[in-house]
Design a protein around this ligand. Structure first.
Ligand code: ZN
Length: 487
């Protein structure tokens, strides 16, 4: 198919030009025998690129109950009660989006509260950050978590004053539930991916990155992504495989083969994902200093490093030696120090990415610029989780979160992601939030709207290793937003 868009306004520099498309790519004109569409100065835009999302989890969550937006504790309990109705025997009730910091003055839900709704049906109420859950005693029983169970490395089984698990499972302890929960088969996963991508495509996003492939079962997930792609998934899929699924003791050396047969332009593995810490709302991000608020598991609590620093360095080096780009999740400033060291020691720092870096200080920002790695930021967090940040960090530390302005001035390479499903992830909302930070956040840390837009298109594509996406220069894929939506 050949088509020429005449008088198309370039969204990056505002200039008017003709954009020629042939066989799905933007080409240098002129193109003979082409259909001509005169845009008369309307903007022609590339589709957005979401550099950090969770695609399969989003699809699974779309058919599960959520308590996101519940204003009170009793509303949360009502939703769970509703969710319990109509559940098949043996099924678990998994509910997402619980943010106790939104319910100031109300006690955080514990296992005992969930047991009052059902002590038999396993109930998992996931924290809004995705980095912890509160579960009922049926789940604690199935997982074998008792008073005697030690905390796993990189995780916490939170205890009450009586020393018994109170229902809260953080990080590694939370992830250990996967072993016990019923597992989805490949076709259910493929359906979920397609369901998520329909929603993602409807927001004008043409490429999305899954940042946790292998969380459930690498082989089945890769099969599901391939199947979704072959069934016409409307979004290009870029997968970051969890380090342990790719290199851990139970990994298969030929895991990458599972994707063979998929069109790599539509679906491919883009890198390896590794966690350095948790999240601020769950008080598991590894910070310097201590957390505030009632929900810190203990006095002076400063979060959790997922791995010992030397182990993280070794993991990054290993993946790096095999030629992968590594995306390191590091939210807290303490975790960021560990991540920076690992990136530097890899020998190819500019190939890697750091996810979030929300508490980066000036010295760390300098180092990020010097190393040349990407920082993938989530501007929407500031709007969605401001109460959690205020409660966990206090107003002063909260104000400087996501210092994108300083990063830009220092020359850090930025790109954006949404972290859906924990945020809605509407790209224009994210662009606006990066350019105009919500109240309570230092306005000097905003970036220009044009940089924010590039962060969600061209720069995100670069972070994924896609030089031919996110812009309209010759050679790019013609992933174009419908012109009506662009004007
Ligand atoms: Zn994420």
């Amino acid at each position: 198919m050949r088509i020429v868009y005449r008088n198309a306004r370039d969204p990056f520099d505002g200039s008017l030009r003709d954009v020629c498309v042939q066989d799905g790519r933007i080409v240098r004109g002129p193109v003979r025998d082409s259909q001509v569409v005169d845009l008369r100065g309307a903007e022609l835009r590339p589709k957005f690129v979401d550099a950090h999302a969770h695609v399969l989890p989003m699809g699974l969550d779309l058919v599960r109950p959520s308590v996101a937006g519940c204003a009170t504790r009793s509303e949360v309990l009502d939703r769970i009660r509703d969710g319990l109705r109509g559940l098949a025997r043996g099924e678990w009730l998994i509910v997402s989006g619980y943010d106790p910091d939104r319910h100031r003055g109300e006690p955080t839900l514990l296992a005992a509260d969930l047991d009052r709704l059902s002590a038999e049906t396993p109930i998992v109420l996931r924290h809004a950050s995705g980095h912890g859950s509160v579960v009922n005693s049926a789940v604690l029983r199935l997982a074998g978590f008792t008073e005697q169970t030690p905390d796993p490395p990189g995780g916490s089984i939170v205890r009450g004053r009586d020393g018994r698990p109170n229902g809260w499972l953080l990080e590694r302890a939370n992830e250990m539930l996967r072993k016990h929960a019923p597992k989805e088969d490949v076709s259910t996963m493929a359906e979920a991916i397609l369901r998520a991508c329909e929603r993602i495509a409807s927001m004008g996003i043409g490429t999305v990155s899954d940042m946790m492939t292998g969380y459930y079962d690498l082989n089945r997930e890769l099969q599901a992504y391939k199947e979704a792609s072959q069934r016409g998934c409307p979004v290009r899929l870029r997968l970051y495989v969890q380090w342990s699924s790719a290199f851990g003791p139970r990994s298969r050396p030929d895991w990458i083969e599972t994707l063979s047969g998929a069109d790599p332009h539509r679906c491919r593995v883009a890198g390896i994902k590794v966690f350095a810490d948790g999240a601020l709302g769950a008080r598991t991000a590894a910070i310097r200093g201590a957390y505030e608020g009632q929900d810190a598991p203990s006095r002076g609590w400063s979060g959790i490093l997922t791995y010992r620093p030397s182990r993280l360095r070794e993991m990054v080096r290993r993946a790096s030696e095999e030629g992968w780009s590594v995306a390191i999740h590091a939210i807290g400033d303490h975790a960021l120090d560990v991540a920076l060291r690992a990136v530097r020691d890899s020998g190819v720092p500019s190939r890697h990415r750091i996810e979030h870096a929300m508490l980066a200080d000036d010295r760390q920002i300098e180092q990020l610029a010097e190393l040349g790695c990407f920082v993938c930021a989530q501007p929407e967090f500031l709007a969605d989780f401001s109460s959690a940040y205020r409660e966990s960090l206090g107003l002063e530390r909260m104000a400087r979160l996501n210092p994108l302005g300083s990063m830009d001035r220092a020359g850090v390479r930025l790109c954006f992601g949404t972290d859906r499903p924990i945020c809605l992830g509407e790209p224009w909302t994210c662009v606006r939030l990066a350019a105009r930070r919500p109240e309570g956040f230092d306005p000097n840390e905003a970036v220009s709207e044009s940089l924010a837009y590039r962060c969600f298109t061209e720069l995100s594509a670069q972070a994924l290793g896609d030089r031919d996406l996110g812009h309209l220069r010759p050679g790019a894929w013609a992933d174009l937003l419908p012109v009506e939506a662009a004007v």
